[in-house]
Design a protein around this ligand. Structure first.
Ligand SMILES: [Zn+2]
Length: 712
């Protein structure tokens, strides 16, 4: 259920939160390429102004991005040197419109680099990222520019602004203040030092983790130790053993697609314990890749930075920008789910321990035994085999299901376009049309895995919707890593892969239905704990019988998936929710505990973690989903004080879907119109305001607890 956040959002939030983190630009690059003939910088004479992928070469991105930076600099200088007094229009709107070329090219570059990269694009990324970071730093530290913005901000109540203008003014002002533009020079200098150091520590944390993950090799030579592992996993392990230089046998690593099947299937307890220990000790082996000192320094630098900027803790600084608002609200949320989750997990642990005894193992049940016995219970009690459901979820049928749902709810239709250039031949392109045939936007779908594509699934915006001088329609993409069809066997998805299609399509709709004035407040430009809501909510619809009837049809016979199969699947999936919630919540508490420190007294990682977990009463048979030394989300990604946000968004999606259920019509037109209105407003209002306008009240946690089976 916790799927990849859109890459674009990650980049954007990095810009907001850590924009000045990577501030070195000693890379004096010469760009002598003639940009006159560059298809990226010229006018795009394509249907709906889509990027001319048929003309763009990988070599075109670097000069186009550099030209974008230069033009942006010029535009900023024009704002600063304007002899007229600062006004909302000549300063705030002009600033919003500045950097048009850079944004246009960056968005296409980010999307293509993720979905269809090559050596040139990789090299371009390495060169341009530090340049971009330093470019945006320079803007946010530009005191003269800020003085003009501030002068408008100080008159904000007298300017007769509408809510969108007002929000733009506030967000623009905040962006500069949060970056430290108001600090005296010595503190500004220290802030820049901290940001620079944090950037390199964060990089080091990630590099160490990669080394520790790749370094491990569990070599198995006895076939018996693989148990009933399915053939595809066995083959992958045999291939890996060859790659690792063994003559025969099977190798398992600490990558999830490798360790998980081993823990699920291997009847060899000692080997399970060995690979499990390898996994949980990453970054904690007192070798050159140890992450303890790295993260201890990071935590203190973050606290120092927050204090410099006038905040009590790093979490206070980060959460100010979120729907949760402050650490107390986050802890309250975690506490509410923690108690029932722990109770369920303890109950399940006892059941699993009995199962192990019945299996003839007379020993204490351990964390490394958990997955193995869950698998056994699923088979024994629920008799569920995922392979039986796949023929009902052929990839194109699932896509049509998502389209049919959007049609029922929002009246959208999707017209395949063959004349729009693509970045890869597998891409499908659709024009999205509204009720009366009005153009809404363009949607690209790129389903299949290939070496040039990053792992996971995500959504990108290739062009944000805006409406300053005229209406600019959105262009969005959905990207997946499903197996491509071969010969006459189509691409058949598992249920959770089908869920992923609806999830990313939900992000897509968030971008497509946007209808606001300013691009920086449009589509998915919303707080981190709101952004997963419009995507996760779609997962509710996709398994409703009324919706399944629309698309889950056997690819050979055309028969709709039997309801008993769905029920069996749901029951099997529901089991083990206690474990899933407990390991997720434990990691969320750990994240919050590290980032609510008020002082920079040195903490020892292992002691701190132990105390943090003792405080919540975590049982020893479960460890946090991420221990500190390999918690990449918070120490090398953009999620510090934010790991809770998946749960926050889950409250919203469960409560929102409950509203539809209450009407006894999951397609209720009145509610669907309200929902559409809510997501069309992007980030122009706070998440809570938007939600209350839709639901008529604040979200309640009950629907989520019920869904997780945590109510008595
Ligand atoms: Zn998502």
């Amino acid at each position: 259920m916790y799927l990849t956040m859109t890459k674009y959002i990650v980049l954007i939030s990095m810009f907001f939160l850590f924009g000045c983190q990577t501030g070195q630009n000693d890379n004096s690059m010469k760009n002598e390429t003639n940009t006159k003939d560059n298809p990226l910088t010229g006018k795009w004479n394509t249907p709906f102004g889509t990027p001319p992928f048929d003309k763009i070469k990988s070599e075109d991105y670097l000069p186009a991005l550099e030209q974008g930076i230069k033009e942006h600099d010029k535009e900023i200088n024009n704002i600063v040197n304007n002899s007229e007094a600062p006004t909302f229009k000549n300063t705030i709107v002009t600033f919003e419109k500045s950097g048009g070329l850079l944004k246009k090219v960056s968005m296409v570059f980010d999307a293509v680099e993720s979905a269809n990269t090559d050596d040139v694009l990789k090299e371009t990324s390495k060169k341009i990222r530090p340049e971009l970071a330093s470019h945006y730093d320079k803007i946010k530290m530009n005191k003269k520019l800020f003085d003009r913005i501030n002068s408008v901000y100080q008159q904000k109540d007298k300017l007769n602004l509408d809510f969108q203008d007002k929000k733009l003014l506030e967000e623009t002002y905040k962006k500069f203040v949060r970056a430290g533009v108001n600090l005296p020079d010595d503190k500004k200098k220290r802030l820049q030092e901290i940001n620079k150091r944090l950037a390199s520590l964060s990089q080091q944390f990630g590099d160490n983790l990669l080394e520790e993950t790749n370094d491990f090799d569990l070599w198995v030579t006895n076939k018996k130790d693989l148990g009933a592992m399915p053939a595809n996993f066995v083959e992958a392990a045999a291939e890996l053993a060859k790659k690792k230089g063994h003559d025969g046998g099977w190798s398992f690593t600490l990558q999830r697609p490798s360790i998980y099947p081993f823990l699920d299937y291997s009847p060899n307890r000692e080997l399970r314990a060995k690979i499990f220990k390898g996994y949980t000790m990453r970054g904690n082996n007192n070798n050159e890749y140890d992450n303890k000192k790295v993260l201890e320094e990071m935590v203190n630098l973050r606290t120092e930075r927050a204090n410099l900027l006038g905040y009590k803790t790093h979490a206070d600084y980060v959460l100010e920008e979120s729907m949760a608002e402050n650490p107390t609200n986050v802890y309250n949320l975690l506490d509410q789910v923690w108690k029932p989750a722990l109770k369920t997990a303890k109950h399940d642990r006892n059941m699993l321990a009995v199962m192990m005894k019945m299996d003839g193992v007379d020993d204490k049940f351990q964390a490394s035994d958990w997955r193995y016995y869950v698998k056994k219970i699923r088979e024994k009690k629920y008799k569920f085999n995922e392979d039986e459901t796949r023929p009902y979820f052929e990839v194109n049928a699932v896509r049509q299901g998502a389209f049919a749902l959007a049609n029922k709810l929002f009246g959208l239709t999707f017209k395949e376009m063959k004349n729009i250039p693509v970045w890869h031949k597998d891409q499908q392109v659709y024009e999205v049309l509204g009720k009366n045939g009005k153009h809404v936007g363009v949607l690209y779908m790129d389903f299949f895995a290939r070496p040039s594509k990053k792992g996971g699934a995500w959504m990108n915006e290739l062009r944000m919707q805006s409406n300053i001088d005229s209406f600019v329609s959105p262009i969005v993409t959905n990207n997946f890593n499903f197996p491509a069809p071969t010969g006459d066997s189509p691409s058949l998805l598992s249920f959770s892969q089908a869920q992923t299609v609806f999830h990313e399509f939900g992000h897509g709709l968030h971008g497509l239905l946007s209808n606001v004035k300013y691009g920086s407040l449009s589509g998915t430009n919303v707080p981190r704990d709101f952004v997963e809501f419009p995507s996760q909510v779609m997962e509710n619809w996709m398994s409703e019988p009324e919706v399944l009837k629309l698309y889950a049809k056997h690819y050979k016979t055309g028969k709709v998936i039997p309801i008993e199969m769905i029920e069996k699947m749901n029951a099997a999936n529901e089991f083990n929710e206690g474990f899933r919630s407990v390991e997720y919540l434990a990691a969320s508490y750990l994240d919050m505990d590290w980032h609510t420190l008020k002082d920079t007294v040195h903490r020892n990682t292992l002691e701190f973690e132990k105390q943090s977990m003792e405080k919540i009463g975590l049982i020893e048979e479960i460890i946090p989903r991420y221990r500190s030394t390999y918690f990449a989300h918070i120490f090398s990604g953009g999620y510090s004080s934010g790991y809770y946000s998946y749960l926050w968004a889950e409250i919203l999606d469960a409560d929102a879907f409950a509203a539809f259920k209450e009407t006894e019509n999951v397609f209720d037109p009145v509610l669907a119109a309200k929902y559409k209105k809510m997501i069309s407003l992007g980030g122009t209002k706070s998440g809570m305001e938007l939600y209350k306008e839709f639901r008529g009240k604040e979200p309640a946690i009950d629907a989520l607890l019920k869904r997780k089976g945590f109510v008595n």
